[in-house]
Design a protein around this ligand. Structure first.
Ligand code: T46
Length: 134
């Protein structure tokens, strides 16, 4: 399935501060196999510019903010991630660009598969062809 949606995570905590837990197959709707984080993104940089053939991920701006531009081959939507309780779940063939990183942005991503460069489509025309053929 090619889709995306925002997930609201419950913030736990007390007078000491806040905590959010991601649990596989519970508030994260897949079995987590990989975690990575993107930080120190330089001003004006656009990252991403690819789609995945078969990958489920949740991206969370655990600090700062950034904008995802999501494209299913027909429509484009911009989604602002600016709160650690907001997760962007992306599944399947969705072209993504990430832009407008705040200087302090730390973007945490959990994925259901190990890193595999053969799962990336980095050519936009190939992405469009693949979307049409699904
Ligand atoms: C995605 C968006 C949201 C690895 O070796 N292992 C990894 O798990 C990852 C994610 C990347 N890399 C290597 C591959 C490149 O040499 O790290 C380098 C930077 O990766 P990339 O240019 O793909 O980074 P972004 O920020 O453009 O995209 C990343 C993810 O790759 C991608 O899956 O959906 O964040």
């Amino acid at each position: 399935m090619n889709s995306y949606k925002l997930i609201s995570f419950k913030t736990l905590g007390d007078e000491r501060g806040s905590l959010i837990a991601l649990e596989a197959d519970y508030n994260a709707p897949f079995h987590i196999q990989r975690v990575y984080y993107i930080f120190d993104t330089k001003n004006g940089v656009v990252r991403g510019s690819h789609a995945h053939i078969d990958l489920k991920q949740i991206a969370i701006a655990v600090k700062g903010s950034c904008v995802f531009v999501l494209d299913d081959g027909i429509t484009k939507e911009e989604i602002l991630l600016d709160n650690p309780n907001k997760g962007l779940f992306i599944e399947g063939l969705i072209w993504r660009d990430m832009k407008n990183f705040s200087e302090d942005c730390v973007l945490l991503v959990v994925a259901n598969k190990h890193y595999d460069e053969t799962d990336y489509i980095r050519d936009y025309n190939k992405f469009l062809q693949k979307v049409k053929n699904v």
